[in-house]
Write a new protein. Structure first.
Length: 550
């Protein structure tokens, strides 16, 4: 429950003000006052004001006391509006999102015909590109809920390679030109992936690692193109109140570009970068160790355990209810996961593993447990933890493993999850409350561009277990809904903890980075159905305004 800035704390502040009356006029760079400040400190106290100097929070307290004490170069009268710590997306794909801004947007398409229409429009706008790339389709949103085939793409784009990525990033539709350039045939076999074949011919559907051969052929954007895309992506994040983003899985080249842009102050957003476990990344970072600046933090590796539920690549203990001959698959062998975990443990890097299905979660939890032994401060994470067998849930607490979840996945998947899992097994999916109780915290993210970048969508989904249509009445499996305090902690201090950054950010407390966001309405008290429409008034990073609503 939210507490007011305590009477004891207020008395102390008044006493301090009286004792130091001779020092009234203490200099500050910024004073925010007349606000409803959610400090997200351990007591979850509310305050009215705070002062900032050199990019850090100086003091938090009442408007009266701090206005008397500080002479600030800049003052912000919040007019009673709510102020929260800068929001942290605990799992996203910032670099991929930026790249996608140059691609055809297929999110929200209601049929494959609409997908094709958007591709044609995009092609007309960008006739110069050698590959036609798009992302965001989801066959579960269509009347015909089956994977499409490449036939139409072959007819419309016979000489242009086309690859369109499913919304979850784990299945792709490509045309024949793309297959030819990638060397993929009906006989192609891929460990950790699938080339779908019907009547002896590829349908164009590639699942998980089968798509790697195609993406390796797509020309990379130039440094200039990528820089502009990252700048636009950053502004989109600031506009929804995100000041730190966790980028799940990057090669060294992408990390280097982010670092160089941040050092030149061309990019300001803070990034917690998970490395892809490539030989190059392991060789460099095992030798040199973690790398940290005030805006970039590299001390973890992102590992893929299995695929996604929507494309039936999630690895399940028992067959899919709608495909009784399939259980999904792990993307590597169990021994490979064991070997990688041992390497990361030895070199003191955090291991963050994508695990959707209950089988994948069990395998990874057991591998973690064999190394972690018991309670620890390694903060190894399971990303998504969507379907977890009840017998395995206690392993999160036993080995201090953090479940990093995305609330909007639950409300996106709820329409068809029971078809994949059955009515009994779906009860153990998206069990955020049960997972939170294991370590008394749960970091929250969005997985954008799989979901929308706005963290308030996730906040709403977490507390109401409803989507943008406020469906279903009463919420989806409400026993696993989070409270508003838990949801706010999940996207601030708990997300910071999952990044080893809780001493630097995640709350409005003295000594911490002055990252904060002002919203037009208070998401802690308004009706749940109004939360998604709340706008950001302004976003601050290091006490500097980086976004203001127009």
């Amino acid at each position: 429950m939210t507490k007011k800035w305590g009477s004891l704390g207020l008395s102390a502040l008044v006493s301090l003000s009286l004792l130091s009356s001779c020092s009234q006029g203490t200099k500050a760079d910024l004073l925010v006052y007349n606000a409803t400040v959610y400090t997200v400190n351990p007591q979850f106290e509310k305050a009215e004001a705070f002062a900032v100097a050199d990019g850090k929070i100086l003091e938090v307290g009442t408007s009266e006391a701090l206005r008397k004490k500080y002479k600030a170069a800049q003052k912000v009268d919040a007019q009673g509006k709510p102020v929260y710590p800068g929001l942290i997306d605990a799992h996203a794909h910032f670099y991929g999102y930026a790249t996608g801004l140059r691609e055809a947007n297929l999110v929200g398409t209601n049929s494959f015909a609409e997908v094709v229409q958007r591709l044609q429009t995009h092609r007309q706008k960008h006739p110069e590109v050698t590959w036609l790339v798009g992302r965001g389709w989801d066959q579960n949103d269509w009347q015909v809920k089956q994977f499409p085939t490449k036939d139409t793409l072959d007819q419309l784009f016979p000489d242009t390679p086309v690859v369109i990525e499913r919304v979850d990033g784990h299945a792709y539709l490509v045309n024949q030109k793309a297959l030819d350039l990638s060397g993929i045939t009906a006989q192609t076999k891929v460990n950790g992936g699938l080339v779908e074949v019907k009547n002896g011919q590829p349908t164009g559907i590639l699942v998980d690692k089968a798509g790697d051969q195609v993406f390796s052929k797509i020309p990379a954007p130039s440094a200039k193109e990528m820089t502009e895309a990252l700048k636009q992506a950053e502004q989109n994040l600031f506009a929804v109140g995100i000041t730190t983003v966790v980028d799940a899985g990057l090669p060294k080249s992408s990390v280097n570009l982010l670092d160089s842009l941040q050092k030149k102050e061309e990019l300001r957003v803070r990034v917690y970068a998970m490395l892809s476990p490539t030989p190059e990344n392991k060789s460099h970072y095992f030798k040199n160790g973690p790398y940290t600046t005030d805006r970039l933090n590299i001390r973890s590796f992102k590992v893929y355990g299995d695929g996604a539920l929507g494309s039936r690549g999630a690895c399940l203990l028992h067959p899919y209810s709608d495909r009784p001959n399939e259980t999904g698959f792990l993307l590597e062998t169990v021994q490979e996961y064991k070997d990688l975990a041992a390497e990361l443990y030895e070199h003191n890097f955090q291991m963050n593993t994508h695990a959707i299905g209950d089988s994948a979660n069990r395998v990874i939890l057991q591998i973690y447990g064999n190394l972690l032994k018991g309670k620890n401060d390694r903060r190894w994470r399971i990303e998504h933890a969507q379907v977890v067998n009840p017998q395995d849930v206690p392993l999160f607490g036993k080995y201090s493993i953090l479940p990093s979840v995305q609330p909007t996945h639950a409300t996106s998947d709820m329409y068809w999850a029971s078809e994949r899992l059955g009515l009994d097994r779906v009860k153990h999916a998206y069990a955020f409350k049960a997972l939170l109780q294991q370590n008394n915290m749960i970091p929250l993210g969005s997985d954008f561009p799989v979901e929308h970048i706005n963290p308030l969508y996730g906040f709403h989904a977490a507390i109401a277990r409803q989507d943008a249509k406020n469906y279903p009445d009463g919420g989806f499996q409400m026993e696993n809904a989070l409270t508003r305090e838990e949801a706010l902690r999940g996207t601030t201090i708990w997300a910071a903890y999952a990044n080893f950054e809780e001493k630097q950010k995640g709350s409005i407390e003295p000594g911490k980075m002055a990252d904060f966001v002002i919203l037009e309405q208070d998401i802690m008290i308004i009706k749940p159905e109004a939360i998604r429409d709340v706008k950001v008034v302004s976003t601050y990073l290091n006490g500097e305004k980086v976004y203001v609503a127009k």
